[in-house]
Design a protein around this ligand. Structure first.
Ligand SMILES: [Zn+2]
Length: 97
């Protein structure tokens, strides 16, 4: 689940970026470090460790025609679980961005 987001500006658009999330299948942390300080860089607390969300967000807003009318379902799945479980069930459309 996503436990924290922060608003970031991309041009004119504010996007709620995920800053804390765990996989709803295995419980793994879905935030991955972009920069790993070496021991020679000193105390890692002195460095701004940039983490990015690496996972899949799932969301369904169930409406009138559904048996779950009025409910919003959300989940986060880590990359490993997407590959291990979902990729076998769902023929994802994959494209470069
Ligand atoms: Zn997982």
């Amino acid at each position: 689940m996503v436990t924290k987001r922060k608003a970031e500006l991309y041009g004119e658009h504010a996007i709620a970026t995920i800053v804390e999330a765990t996989c709803d299948i295995c419980g793994a942390d879905c935030m991955k470090e972009l920069f790993k300080p070496m021991k020679s860089d000193g105390d890692r607390d002195e460095h701004d460790i940039n983490k990015v969300f690496e996972g899949m967000e799932l969301k369904a807003v169930w409406d009138y025609g559904s048996d779950s009318d009025g409910e919003i379902w959300e989940a986060v799945v880590c990359e490993k679980c997407v590959k291990k479980h979902l990729e076998k069930l769902i023929p994802f459309v994959k494209r470069p961005y």
